[in-house]
Write a protein that binds this ligand. Structure first.
Ligand code: NAD
Ligand code: ZN
Length: 341
């Protein structure tokens, strides 16, 4: 089968013929239909320090996908040939305290597809049956292919109640703008989104932001004034990983405000802890998706009218992967999709 392989420990990916993955009695063999390109894949493509320390070479990369079940192991009763599925890319140990208690997203020994084990940028992928999500009838294939980052957005956005609340989202990358649409769908009042990238701020407006501001031109505090808010944002969703953005957020939260932090800073990051202490803020770290509560929420929000379409800005055939990575690297993109058919 064809696969996009991190063949050499340097910039690039290589389209190669690789062995179709073998599967065991508890596994599902899936024919990949479409994949999403993630910021993580770009890190692996450019081969930055994180990738050098994390990614085994050679390996098939990629983790956002939708596909069709082609074969199942002997123990698998809940999936059958032809089912339209995506995969939870975090393969958990099943044995640690959190796994045993059913809190699988908190597993202490998680392995990621396309990061620690073979990934989805290939014609076929194998996953344990406990990582397979069956899509609802009528789901859009592009949207189904990005359930992984959509799940990051939903996990973060629904960490705290949003109905009637004022929400600040720092970072209008694909996940920030999906979180914008989710917060709108979940009944937030004002949603302010910040970024430095005009292309992405425009997408945030399409996805339901009340105000999408370029922090090169105006500060977050000015939006509170414009909207007539007097006490700060109730909920903050940090989706940039940028220290300046995080500080902006801490400075603009109300007393008792709640911050969910998805963005991954490149190193240690300082903030003024006086704001946290005296304003009694709650800060919650978010990793991955709740398995499978977040997936359930994604599915039912789509069924109840959540529209994510504007997030998808580019589509390429997998043989055009170089163009796809160029679109990602340019920053002039939302979600980039690769077609594997
Ligand atoms: P992305 O890199 O595409 O988007 C980040 C955005 O933040 C960019 O548009 C950038 O211009 C903007 N930004 C930079 N500095 C800013 C500032 N000072 N103020 C406001 N915005 C600023 O990333 P993404 O794919 O949308 O993911 C969002 C974040 O979540 C990234 O940090 C990513 O690494 C992280 N992530 C975390 C998890 C997890 O499980 N915790 C999973 C996926 C992604
Ligand atoms: Zn575990």
């Amino acid at each position: 089968m064809k696969g996009l392989v991190k063949r050499y420990a340097r910039r690039g990916l290589w389209l190669e013929d690789v062995a179709k993955p073998e599967f065991g009695i508890n596994d599902v063999l899936i024919r990949v239909i479409r994949t999403g390109v993630c910021g993580t894949d770009l890190h692996i493509y450019v081969w930055d320090e994180w990738a050098q320390q994390t990614i085994p070479v050679p390996m098939v990369v990629g983790h956002e996908f939708v596909g069709e079940v082609v074969e199942v192991g002997g123990n698998v009763l809940d999936f059958k040939k032809g089912d339209l599925v995506s995969g939870e890319g975090h393969v958990v140990c099943g044995l640690c305290r959190n796994c045993m208690a059913g809190r699988r997203h908190l597993c202490a020994h998680v392995k990621g597809i396309g990061v620690n084990r073979p990934g989805a940028f290939a014609e076929y992928i194998v996953l344990p049956m406990s990582n397979v999500w069956l899509h609802h009838e009528g789901v859009d294939l592009d949207i189904a292919s990005i359930f992984d980052p959509f799940g990051n957005a939903v996990h973060t956005a629904l960490s705290f109640p949003l109905l009637g609340e004022d929400v600040l989202i720092t970072g209008a990358g694909p996940i920030g703008i999906m979180a914008t649409a989710v917060a709108r769908h979940a009944g937030a009042r004002y949603i302010v989104v910040s970024d430095l990238n005009e292309y992405r701020l425009e997408l945030a407006r399409k996805m339901g932001a009340t105000l999408a501001i370029n922090v090169k031109e105006r500060d977050v505090a000015s939006t509170q004034e414009e909207l007539g808010m007097h006490e700060g944002f109730d909920v903050g969703l940090e989706m940039s990983g940028n220290p300046k953005a995080f500080q902006d957020m801490i400075n603009n939260m109300c007393h008792g405000g709640k911050v969910a932090m998805l963005g991954i800073p490149s190193g240690a990051m300082g903030i003024d802890w006086n704001h946290v202490v005296f304003n009694m803020l709650t800060i919650k770290g978010i990793y991955g998706r709740e398995i499978f509560e977040t997936w359930y929420k994604m599915s039912v929000m789509l069924q109840s009218g959540l529209d994510l379409k504007p997030v998808i800005t580019h589509r390429f055939h997998y043989t055009e992967f170089e163009q796809a990575f160029a679109a990602m690297e340019s920053g002039q993109s939302g979600k980039v999709i690769l077609d594997w058919e």
